[in-house]
Design a binder for this molecule. Structure first.
Ligand code: FAD
Length: 441
């Protein structure tokens, strides 16, 4: 299918519209959707509850609002973001994305029991598995220089997408403004905006409203869309650790009965940590003196990168699952965490949201090209059908991994060990896993 671009034609139904599409939420998903749509010539208004400083946080000042999460992006999602950032003929922002990203060349999955000091079994996945042929495991002929994915700091990603969106002629951003209410009609949707410092509310009309307002989406609630919810009763501690030796682009995930511990290769000889455990354990870890915290972290992290030290503040995120029963309503589509939020153990939540963006933009652009109403229920249902399959399987995988790996039963442990050993020995199985991680899109 050729790349479709929308004709910048005037509106046939003559409604007084400020935008073709309104997006609630300037998170990573909302900004990506805006850039993707703007590239196709749709006029977009983004409504964001927070002020401009959400996007102008100073790294040196260790601002409390800075998102220090090390976000793992699949190689294909990362390439897609680079395309969104390539505006007109300027590749400057895409280049900046490249400079702030750290490639993942290898992944190690470790079954461990930190209290018993046991590092029992490993599964090693490499970028070389992407193209290795059965029986040619060690052949260099089919090796590739494509990494499995990239790590980008959450705040850096948010800021660069914002820079792209705020300078795009087809995008208007309403800061410090909540999307308070909406009403869908046959031909349009009317949204009510409440600015933080203004008593008078503003209403605008558009063809379509995208709810990119996160896990606790108020738009989802207003549309009366029910949601499956599961509280893992865990938090994720996030921080950056500096280490003596180079990580060489290796990401490691330790599965333990206490919770998962991931180290993600970042720039400047640092690794981003995502440490999941019961709320009270994480709270204790956050309150520990730095030197005590490092001692605890070293028991999880091991000595493979030498001595470690804390390179950022420590932040805790509650961990839960939520999955909307429907992703669409009349002239409304849910994307990203508003549709599905998952356990961070596989680093896939945002990847799922970015694939929502790709599918939605493809569906509505094709509809527009064919002269259909791009926000009709048929078009939105097509989007939902495609995306639900992907989300269902990832929810099943992450939830099952959590159940299986955080259980201390001896039988389950034996099954885990056998499974890891088996996968490690079968090139085809390893290749299937790395392909899914790198190329899903
Ligand atoms: C510890 C942790 C680690 C993770 N690591 C990874 C990883 O490595 N890889 C990965 O793929 N995913 C990861 N994730 C998941 C990822 O962070 C989320 O999926 C992603 O950030 C969701 O983005 P979003 O834009 O959908 O929502 P959000 O980031 O929540 O953005 C929502 C935005 O909407 C705004 N808003 C809300 N309500 C309104 C309203 N009524 N009007 C206007 N604005 C509104 C908010 O202010 C906010 O800016 C991780 C998650 C956690 C918790």
């Amino acid at each position: 299918m050729p790349t479709l671009e929308r004709n910048d034609k005037s509106d046939p139904d003559n409604t007084d519209r400020a935008a073709d599409i309104v997006i609630a939420g300037a998170g990573i998903v909302g900004l990506s959707a805006a850039l993707a749509l703007a590239q196709k010539n749709f006029k977009v208004t983004i409504v964001e509850a927070l002020g401009k400083n959400k996007f102008q946080v100073n790294k040196q000042l260790e601002d409390n609002t800075r998102d220090i999460r090390a976000i793992a992006l699949s190689a294909s999602n990362w390439r897609q973001l680079a395309r969104y950032l390539t505006q007109k003929s300027s590749e400057q922002l895409a280049l900046q994305l490249y400079n702030m990203s750290s490639p993942i060349w290898d992944m190690r999955i470790v079954e461990a029991h930190p209290l018993r000091g046991v590092e029992s079994r490993k599964l090693h996945l490499s970028h070389k598995d992407l193209y290795c042929r059965l029986g040619h495991k060690n052949s260099t002929k089919h090796e590739t220089v494509t990494p499995l994915g990239y790590i980008v700091e959450g705040q850096d990603l948010l800021q660069i997408l914002y820079r792209g969106a705020s300078t795009h002629e087809n995008i208007n951003i309403e800061h410090e403004t909540k999307l308070q209410n909406f009403n869908a009609a046959h031909n349009y949707i009317e949204v009510l905006l409440a600015h933080k410092n203004q008593t008078q509310k503003k209403s605008i009309r558009a063809k379509l409203l995208l709810a990119c307002d996160g896990k606790n989406s108020s738009l989802r609630e207003q549309a009366n869309i029910a949601c499956r919810k599961k509280d893992y009763k865990e938090s994720a501690l996030v921080c950056a650790l500096a280490h003596e030796r180079a990580h060489s682009g290796t990401a490691v995930e330790w599965f333990t009965p206490l919770g998962t511990f991931a180290s993600l290769p970042m720039l400047n000889q640092q690794s981003g940590i995502v440490w999941c455990d019961k709320h009270h354990n994480i709270l204790e870890l956050i309150e520990l003196e730095e030197s005590e915290f490092i001692k605890h972290a070293q028991t999880r992290f091991g000595r493979w990168l030498g001595k470690i030290s804390l390179a950022s503040k420590r932040v805790a995120y509650p961990v839960s699952l939520s999955h909307a029963h429907s992703y669409v309503a009349q002239r409304l589509a849910l994307l990203g965490d508003a549709a599905h939020a998952i356990h961070p153990l596989a680093g896939q939540g945002l990847n799922l949201g970015l694939r929502d963006v790709v599918t939605l933009v493809k569906q509505i652009t094709e509809a527009e090209y064919l002269g259909e109403d791009f926000a009709s229920s048929q078009v939105l249902k097509r989007y939902e059908k495609i995306r639900r399959r992907d989300a269902n399987s990832l929810i099943f995988v992450t939830d099952s991994l959590h159940k299986i790996f955080t259980n201390d039963s001896t039988i389950l442990r034996e099954i885990r060990l056998s499974a890891l050993t088996l996968i490690d020995k079968i090139p085809l199985a390893r290749r299937a896993i790395v392909r899914a991680a790198a190329e899903s899109s």
